[in-house]
Design a protein around this ligand. Sequence first.
Ligand SMILES: Cc1cc2nc3c(=O)[nH]c(=O)nc-3n(C[C@H](O)[C@H](O)[C@H](O)COP(=O)(O)OP(=O)(O)OC[C@H]3O[C@@H](n4cnc5c(N)ncnc54)[C@H](O)[C@@H]3O)c2cc1C
Length: 452
Amino acid sequence: MRVVVAGAGLAGLTAAVELVQAGAEVTVLEARGRVGGRMHGVRLDDGLVVDGGAAYLGIRHTELLRLVRECGLEVVSTPMSGDSTFLLSGRTTTTASRVPPLDAVALGDLFDKLEELVGQVRPDAPWLSPNAEPRDRLTVAQWLAEHLGHPDARTFFPLFLGEMMAADPSAISVLHMAFYLNSGGGIRYLNAFEGGAQQWRIDGGAHRLCEVLADRLGDRVRLGQPVSRIEQNVDGIVVQDGAGSRHHADEVVVAMPPLLAQRIDFRPGLRTPRATPATGRGCAVKVHLGYPAPIWREHGLSGWSVSTNGPLLSTVDDSPPDDSAGVLTGFVTGAAASAFSALSATGQRDAVLAHVGRLFPRLPRPTKYAVTDWLSDPHSMGCYAALFGPGDWLSLGPTLTEPHGHVHFAGTETSMEYFGLMEGAIRSGRRVAAELIRGDAAIPTSEEALAR
Ligand SMILES: Cc1cc2nc3c(=O)[nH]c(=O)nc-3n(C[C@H](O)[C@H](O)[C@H](O)COP(=O)(O)OP(=O)(O)OC[C@H]3O[C@@H](n4cnc5c(N)ncnc54)[C@H](O)[C@@H]3O)c2cc1C
């Protein structure tokens, strides 16, 4: 069986390795000049690489943990001891709690309402959940206007959504928010460091995982070859890359975010789209600040902060496990990310340094600085993940994992479990590889059959 995999992110690489192990002849075509997609190592200085993309994982990410071990890599804890810092409506406070100092009853009420929505969504088929249709039509911003009266709940909610989904409330449907939170293991798990989805990082950077998988595949991985057309007819399948090269295959795996899959010229065309005009991009910019050591810990601080006064929505201590340097990672998300991305490099730096100066006035200026802007990245179009807007789950959901003839779809956005996360990417790659290995793919290639 000859298989072309389009996309060398975690999903495509996972599928490719499993298919090679099963005896398939595999070629992986990757648009970028590197593997890893949304898992990307950024060199902060000579010996220090930080996660410009995905970083965190937890105990429930069982496939990811297994793969990390199989690849000879290790996880390290995300440091989180010490006080939190909050900059809310212009006022800075430090407190032992990770919850912002806002009205506890209002926040409790908000979480109760969210838990109710999350509990009602059907994790395997959100479009079949009770009230799926009205919840898929309603944006989270509209839901907020109706359900959140207390100003502290209104202050807190965009911070929560920005951190969880890098999303603006007007960009996603209520059904998508509920599904995402459910799929990721629930609000408490997703939101937590100790015992939660942020407990660990991969030592040396999450991208190492993709590099090890790509090493196993050797010259089967071809970089700088964006797939532009996939043509199926009675003679087989031809995959064409941007340079016009044609690759013949029996099966194809498209392992990329839906907005990018939608751009491929499928012949015959897709019966149902991979994305709609309502499908949005998550918006995230990561900022890394390097210090000679994690100096904030000397002041009893964890480095964790949350701010309403941007640009950094939150900061996390991402120092290496041997404390040989101090690293604070800042997240700019949602609408703030678009505004930040539009600034000049100097404007961004000035804004970040001024903000960090207010959060942590006792810290010296950082000695290293890096910005990873995913908004302008044409090969991701959505970070952390694509955002399903109003109507998307009802129209896209039922066919999300359905093959188009001999073309199979992987990628974290096709996984019902841990959608949007590394764990979801692996599970999607495994699903597709298993389909092909079992032979579920024995579907006629005639144009009539495809067009049906
Ligand atoms: C800033 C940020 C923070 C994140 N934090 C976390 C986290 O802490 N924990 C977590 O679990 N997840 C996190 N994620 C999400 C995680 O990175 C993704 O879920 C996962 O990496 C997706 O893998 P994938 O293979 O599905 O897609 P991708 O990584 O997007 O891979 C798709 C690949 O396809 C390639 N491609 C695109 N178009 C074409 C084409 N036409 N032809 C050929 N190749 C093409 C792309 O270049 C890319 O390499 C984060 C993401 C970002 C950006």
